[in-house]
Write a protein that binds this ligand. Structure first.
Ligand SMILES: Cc1cc2nc3c(=O)[nH]c(=O)nc-3n(C[C@H](O)[C@H](O)[C@H](O)COP(=O)(O)OP(=O)(O)OC[C@H]3O[C@@H](n4cnc5c(N)ncnc54)[C@H](O)[C@@H]3O)c2cc1C
Length: 442
C-alpha cells in the first residue's frame, strides 16, 4: 500500500462551483487538488444571486455558514419571493420556504462578488492557479492530460470540469450548441440609499410578472439594492448585446419604456438609475450523463448549461460538488494497519475506486437534474397560457393556478439522494450475488 500516491484531481474553472469543488474535494484523504482559472484573478462581476434552502444546507456542510449569513438579505417576507400583479402591485402569491426548514437555511438574497469571496477564502491556499486557460483534455493510459494555452500540460487521475455554460470540455463530448433562448436579463446592483426616498417601496423581495416579462426588486444586504428585469428580445437585438456590459442610458430608457404601464413603483426605481447591464440568456441541452471515461466529472453550468434556472443554478452546482465529494469519499479504500498485503496486478496507483465513485456521482445527480430540465420545458408553455387569458380576472386565476413553490427543487436534499443511491447500489450488488448463487445451483 505504501507505494500508492495521492489521487491527482484537476478542477477546470474557479467560479462559484469550481471554488466549491476545490473546498469539498480538498477534504478528501490522500488527494492533491489543483484548480485552473483562466481569468487573471477572482472575477469581480455579477449581480444579485438568490440562495435557496438546498444551496445553504450544502454550504453549511462545507464552510462556516455564518460567513454567508452575514451577507444575506431576507427582509419582511423572511426570504419568500412575493409575487405581485404587474400593474397594480397587489400580492398574488408568496413562495415561502417550508415550515420545518431551520431559520438559517430559509431562502435569501445577496450579491455574487461577496459570495465568491467567501468561498475563495475557504479554498486551501495555493490550490487555485489564475491565468491558466485550458485548451482541452486527452485521456491517456496514465490519466487525463490537461492542455493549457500558455504552459506545459499536466496529468490528473480525475478532472472536474467546472468551466461554465460554454464549457470547452463538454464540447469535446457533445456537439449540441448553447443558444439564445429568447430573453435578456437586465441587472444592476447599487447602494440602497439611492432608492431610500421612494415611498411604499416593498421591504421584501418582490417579483412583478406580466405578459411582457418579469421585474425583480430587492434589497440585497450589505447596504445594496438590486434590480433584475427579464424581458423577451429578438435574437437580432440580443446579438448586439455583450454579456454583463452596460446598455447605457439609451438602453435604460428603452427598458423604462417596456415597463411604463406597469406598477409605477418600478419606474420610480428605474428613474434613479443611470445605466443597467445586459445578460442575453443562453441555454443548451443538459448532460444526461455527468461523467466520461471513468475520469472526468462535470459540475455546475458545465453540466447543466442554462443561464438563469429558477435562481437555482449555483445551488445545483454546490449539490454536484457535494455528491462528487461523497462519492469519492465512499470509494476510498482506506489502508488497514497490519492487514496482509494483497498484491493486485497491476498495482493501482492510488486508493480510490474511480469508476465506482463516478457511477455513484452520476446516479445521485442525473435523476434530479433531468427532472429540473423537464420542468423548464413544461414552464415554457406557461407564458402563452397566461397571455391567452381573455380578461384580467382570468389572467389572475391562471396565474394563481400555475404558481407553485417548487419545493422539490429549491429544497432538494442531495445528501438524502446520495444515501438513496448507496442503498440502491447495495441492493443491486445483492441481486447480482443472488443471481450468481442461483446459477451455481443450476
Ligand atoms: C441572469 C442570471 C441570474 C442568475 N441568478 C441566479 C440566482 O439567483 N441563484 C443561483 O443560484 N444561480 C443563479 N444564476 C446561475 C448561476 O450564476 C450559475 O449557475 C453559476 O454561476 C454557475 O457557476 P459555475 O462555476 O458553474 O460557472 P461560472 O460561474 O461560469 O464559472 C466558470 C469559470 O470557469 C472559468 N473558465 C471557463 N473556461 C475556462 C477554461 N478553458 N480554462 C480555465 N478556466 C475557464 C471561467 O473564467 C469561470 O470563472 C443566474 C444566472 C444568470 C445568467
Amino acid at each position: 500500500m505504501g507505494d500508492r500516491r495521492p489521487l491527482r484531481i484537476g478542477i477546470i474553472g474557479a467560479g462559484l462551483v469550481g471554488a466549491t469543488a476545490a473546498i469539498a474535494l480538498s477534504r478528501l484523504e490522500n488527494v492533491v487538488v489543483k484548480a485552473f482559472e483562466r481569468s487573471p484573478g477572482p472575477r469581480e462581476e455579477g449581480a444579485w444571486i438568490s440562495f435557496n434552502v438546498s444551496g445553504l444546507s450544502i454550504l453549511d456542510r462545507l464552510i462556516d455558514l455564518d460567513q454567508i449569513q452575514q451577507i444575506l438579505y431576507r427582509g419582511d417576507s423572511n426570504g419568500a419571493y412575493v409575487s405581485r400583479h404587474w400593474r397594480t402591485g397587489e400580492i398574488l402569491a408568496l413562495a415561502h420556504s417550508s415550515r420545518h426548514v431551520a431559520e438559517k437555511f430559509t431562502q435569501a438574497r445577496t450579491h455574487r462578488v461577496p459570495v465568491l469571496n467567501v468561498l475563495l477564502s475557504n479554498v486551501p491556499a495555493g490550490t487555485i492557479q489564475y491565468g491558466r486557460s485550458v485548451l482541452g483534455t486527452e485521456v491517456t493510459e496514465d490519466g487525463v492530460r490537461v492542455n493549457f494555452k500558455d504552459s506545459e500540460p499536466e496529468t490528473f487521475d480525475l478532472v472536474v470540469a467546472a468551466d461554465g455554460i460554454y464549457s470547452k470540455i463538454r464540447q469535446q463530448y457533445l456537439s449540441a450548441k448553447v443558444e439564445f433562448r429568447g430573453a435578456v436579463a437586465y441587472r444592476k446592483i447599487f447602494p440602497e440609499s439611492q432608492v431610500s426616498h421612494i415611498r411604499g417601496l416593498p421591504n421584501d423581495t418582490s417579483v412583478w410578472r406580466g405578459n411582457g416579462g418579469f421585474m425583480f426588486l430587492s434589497r440585497l444586504g450589505l447596504g445594496m439594492y438590486g434590480v433584475v428585469a427579464i424581458v423577451p428580445e429578438s435574437p437580432e437585438f440580443a446579438a448586439t448585446l455583450k454579456w454583463a456590459r452596460s446598455v447605457g442610458s439609451e438602453g435604460l430608457q428603452r427598458l423604462r419604456q417596456r415597463f411604463s404601464n406597469w406598477d409605477p413603483i418600478i419606474d420610480q426605481v428605474l428613474q434613479t438609475m443611470t445605466d443597467i447591464d445586459a445578460y442575453p440568456l443562453d441555454s443548451g441541452p443538459w448532460m444526461k450523463e455527468l461523467v466520461r471515461d471513468d475520469r472526468i466529472a462535470f459540475v455546475g453550468d458545465a453540466a447543466h448549461p442554462t443561464a438563469g434556472a429558477y435562481g437555482a443554478g449555483s445551488a445545483m452546482g454546490y449539490a454536484d460538488c457535494w455528491a462528487l465529494f461523497r462519492s469519492l469519499e465512499q470509494s476510498y479504500k482506506r489502508p488497514k494497519p497490519n492487514a496482509p498485503s494483497i498484491v493486485e496486478s497491476p498495482v493501482p496507483p492510488h486508493l480510490y475506486d474511480l469508476p465506482r465513485a463516478l457511477r455513484l456521482y452520476n446516479e445521485t445527480r442525473r435523476h434530479f437534474l433531468g427532472r429540473v430540465e423537464l420542468q423548464m420545458a413544461l414552464d415554457r408553455n406557461e407564458s402563452a397560457y397566461l397571455a391567452e387569458a381573455e380578461d384580467e380576472e382570468e389572467w389572475i386565476r391562471r396565474f394563481k393556478e400555475r404558481h407553485s413553490n417548487q419545493i422539490w427543487l429549491t429544497e432538494h436534499d442531495v445528501e438524502a439522494e446520495f444515501q438513496k443511491t448507496l442503498a440502491g447500489e447495495a441492493h443491486w450488488l445483492s441481486q447480482v450475488e443472488a443471481a450468481k448463487g442461483v446459477k451455481a445451483h443450476l
